[in-house]
Design a protein around this ligand. Structure first.
Ligand SMILES: Nc1nc2c(c(=O)[nH]1)N[C@H]1C(S)=C(S)[C@@H](COP(=O)(O)OP(=O)(O)OC[C@H]3O[C@@H](n4cnc5c(=O)[nH]c(N)nc54)[C@H](O)[C@@H]3O)O[C@H]1N2
Ligand SMILES: Nc1nc2c(c(=O)[nH]1)N[C@H]1C(S)=C(S)[C@@H](COP(=O)(O)OP(=O)(O)OC[C@H]3O[C@@H](n4cnc5c(=O)[nH]c(N)nc54)[C@H](O)[C@@H]3O)O[C@H]1N2
Ligand SMILES: [Mo]
Length: 709
């Protein structure tokens, strides 16, 4: 091997090898963790990638998933051209077609349906990758429907709704300055390593942590002073018992409550029912431990509570439990105080960067009037009131029952039907559609059900706007050649707006012009962004000043932190409670047949939902679909590590491997979503959902388990 070959083999960037390092972004998980990446590129192909030192968020680090980015982008089954179905729907038989043919077919079919059944007979859906959402939302509106919805029908939004109900906007924990972190469902080692790094730093400065989690996680083992282990979904009762103790002991901030909190008397009365006599029976947590937590809260000078997008909202009582947890911030005078919860606003794609963009003006600029009710808006009126988009959890029902009106077509981007509850029913509904389009990198289980599949590119192949906490904006540039004929989602939408003659000049102008519009109020120019290959600081970015919002008055009907929601109270027709009331999380199925609590909401460090299961590096870290169960339950059923076992509910049965572990409490089963061959969401009920948010009860569903014979 000559010297140059050796350099190439070692992937050394230099003129002799022709290998260049290009900055790009890993978009495998949510935008707040879109880490900067160094791509080693030769002849338009990525040879390796690593964390980017100059990036303000990850500063050179990258997680397991990010490090598998090259394998992900170059999976052999990337779709290379637009595909048109030739076999029966769902058979998975497609032929390649050109982009022009694909666009024409979409324009014709959606146009016909709009003409015959109205624009509301078409629904637009966006999956997890969030970067193109403002474009898809605007596209749906310009097409003439409010039937735009996303995977956020089951992710994070319920938490935001809880905050909007309480304080009229969002809030985030000021972990950097807090004395105590109430780590409620907090395991960032698996779900967001950057948060784990920040927590470790704060801990070195003396921050204490209470973790509230049924599972013994790495966070519990590495950095926790007190661990409370409630049964999944019983968090509301636990938080209310804490509130009761704090109130009874006088460990609350009475002056703060008098000035800034609405509904205290009613709440104080309500929480009395959660006490020494019943809390262990309701939650599994001994009263002494609840008391110990309250003592720690009392002794701390400030307390922040982590936000979480999934484990608390994923229950029939999730929204109300979330409110009850965040109420502790008001009772102790920690909301809008340094080291507590700081009111904050979204910047772009739901990031809290500290500056304002015109994203909403762009996304909602063409909102249609006099449409038919959006999917899920009648079943989940609070959801629709706050979000003005479909609650997708009701989509399958509406397609199948055609009530209140038929849905004939879906235009989807990155849809994974298997992320929704009772997904076999959704599959049946998708098969019933007259027309179904999906865009994805791969021919997924969902794409196989479509009439047309459009190939999209990964974040390494496109340019996109990113914003980050600390006031940063970054316009990334394509680092590698596109795989096949793939395009970016935003490009597809802008192209289609032209072909379909939607009359939306802004969409027709394209992504870059749209970004120019969205950022027009900022003291940076598009040209500056284009010139920089690292995130740049936006001069107008402004840090939150604790206390400012409280003094101005919050954006709630009373201007205060509402423990009692005047918004909900003013809509008796919704049938929802104004106080954060508590109900049992489990469904009504017979506990003698389904004696276990199925919690399918944990995260695997090597997977991101369905993604990365087909990447050999990451898959090898946990090769088989495996349920974590308690040692006691395993012994009772004669199950040993690696045994085949079945999980079942009235909706069906899946076969998985057993992993008895001391980490899981008795009666709880942890199994993880995203496996095609063991799809836990077919076990979930489409009606055992939260009436406030519409979120499914992924984390507390009655379930049976047995050894496979
Ligand atoms: N049982 C259970 N179910 C759950 C959850 C749970 O905890 N338990 N969690 C819920 C939550 S919080 C979430 S966020 C959802 C996630 O659910 P999904 O949004 O369905 O996430 P993925 O399975 O990753 O599917 C996203 C699809 O988008 C494709 N994709 C990736 N990048 C792009 C892109 O740039 N453009 C396009 N067009 N496609 C792209 C991927 O290949 C993949 O097929 O699952 C929910 N479902
Ligand atoms: N590796 C990896 N990281 C991810 C994802 C992924 O799929 N894989 N998904 C991303 C997405 S879309 C989301 S929404 C976030 C979710 O991230 P977060 O909302 O931060 O929550 P998780 O880290 O999933 O869950 C933390 C802990 O909650 C516990 N838990 C489960 N149910 C309950 C409950 O009812 N009560 C209490 N107190 N605790 C409970 C679990 O045992 C787990 O240890 O993760 C993101 N990060
Ligand atoms: Mo999520």
């Amino acid at each position: 091997m000559d010297a140059i070959d050796k350099l190439i083999k070692a992937k050394i960037p230099c003129p002799q090898t022709g290998i260049e390092i290009k900055h790009t972004v890993c978009a495998i998980c949510s935008p707040s963790f879109n880490c900067g990446v160094n791509a080693y590129v030769k002849d338009g192909k990525m040879l390796k990638l690593e964390g980017m030192d100059e990036h303000p968020r990850n500063q050179g680090h990258l997680c397991t998933k990010g490090l598998a980015g090259r394998e992900f982008a170059y999976r052999e089954d990337r779709i290379l051209t637009p595909l048109k179905r030739v076999g029966e729907r769902g058979e998975g038989k497609f032929v390649p077609i050109s982009w022009e043919e694909a666009y024409r077919e979409i324009a014709d079919r959606l146009g016909q349906i709009k003409e015959k059944d109205g624009a509301d007979a078409v629904a637009f859906f966006g999956g997890y990758n969030k970067w193109y959402r403002p474009w898809l939302r605007r596209f749906a509106h310009s097409f003439g429907t409010m039937n735009y919805g996303t995977e956020s029908s089951t992710c994070m939004t319920a938490g935001w709704m809880a905050w909007k109900t309480a304080v009229g906007q969002l809030a985030r924990p000021d972990m950097e300055h807090c004395d105590l972190l109430l780590g409620w469902a907090f395991n960032p080692y698996y779900s967001g390593y950057l948060k784990a790094q920040s927590a470790e730093k704060c801990r070195k400065k003396g921050m204490k942590i209470i973790v509230v989690d049924p599972m013994i996680t790495p966070t519990v083992e590495k950095m926790c002073d007190l661990h409370l282990r409630p049964y999944p979904g019983t968090d509301g009762a636990l938080a209310m018992c804490m509130a009761n103790i704090l109130i009874q002991k006088g460990w609350i901030d009475k002056d703060y409550i008098d000035r800034y909190v609405h509904g205290f008397e009613a709440y104080a009365e309500y929480v009395k029912q959660f006490n020494e006599s019943n809390i262990e029976q309701l939650t599994g947590v001994p009263y002494e431990q609840v008391m110990e937590a309250c003592e720690m809260i009392h002794q701390s000078s400030s307390m922040a509570i982590n936000e979480n997008s999934a484990p608390i909202p994923h229950h029939k009582n999730g929204f109300q439990n979330y409110r009850a947890i965040m109420a502790l911030s008001a009772l102790t005078g920690n909301f809008d105080r340094q080291g507590g919860q700081l009111p904050s606003k979204h910047t772009f794609t739901h990031q809290i960067a500290g500056f304002s963009t015109l994203e909403d003006t762009f996304a909602d600029g063409t909102e249609p009037k006099n449409t038919k009710p959006a999917v899920g808006s009648q079943k989940f009126p609070l959801w629709y009131h706050m979000e003005r988009e479909m609650q997708v959890v009701d989509l399958a029902r509406q397609i199948l029952e055609e009530d209140p009106h038929p849905i004939k077509a879906i235009f989807a981007m990155g849809m994974n039907y298997r992320m929704l509850p009772d997904d076999n029913r959704l599959r049946e509904a998708l098969l019933k559609l007259d027309f179904f389009v999906d865009t994805d990198l791969f021919l997924t289980d969902t794409a196989k059900l479509a009439d047309l599949v459009l190939p999209v590119c990964s974040s390494y192949e496109r340019g996109e706007l990113e914003t980050y906490p600390g006031g940063y904006a970054w316009l990334t540039k394509p680092a590698i050649d596109r795989v096949g004929q793939s395009k970016s989602d935003a490009e597809i939408l802008c192209d289609l707006a032209k072909v379909m003659k939607l009359g939306d000049e802004m969409l027709e102008a394209g992504y870059e012009e749209n970004i120019r519009f969205i950022l027009q109020d900022l003291d940076i120019t598009m040209e500056q962004l284009k010139e920089s290959d690292v995130p740049i600081h936006v001069p107008n970015a402004r840090a939150i000043v604790p206390g400012e919002k409280l003094e101005q008055g919050l954006d709630t009907p009373t201007g205060k932190f509402e423990l009692y929601s005047e918004l909900i109270a003013s809509h008796p027709e919704w049938g929802l409670d104004a106080l954060p009331t508590y109900c049992e999380p489990l469904d009504e199925e017979d506990p003698t047949i389904y004696p276990y609590r199925l919690c399918s909401g944990g995260r695997l460090p090597n997977a991101l939902h369905s993604r990365l299961h087909k990447v050999s590096w990451t898959r090898s870290l946990r090769p088989a679909p495996t349920a974590d169960i308690s040692v006691e339950d395993a012994a009772q059923l004669g199950l040993e590590k690696g045994d085949d076992m079945e999980l079942y509910t009235p909706r069906g049965t899946i076969c998985v491997k057993a992993n008895p572990t001391h980490r899981v409490p008795k009666s709880v089963i942890y199994f993880y979503h995203g496996y095609s061959e063991a799809d836990v969401n077919m076990l979930m009920s489409g009606t055992h959902v939260d009436p406030y948010s519409g979120f499914p009860a992924y984390n507390s569903t009655r379930c049976g388990m047995r050894k496979k014979v």
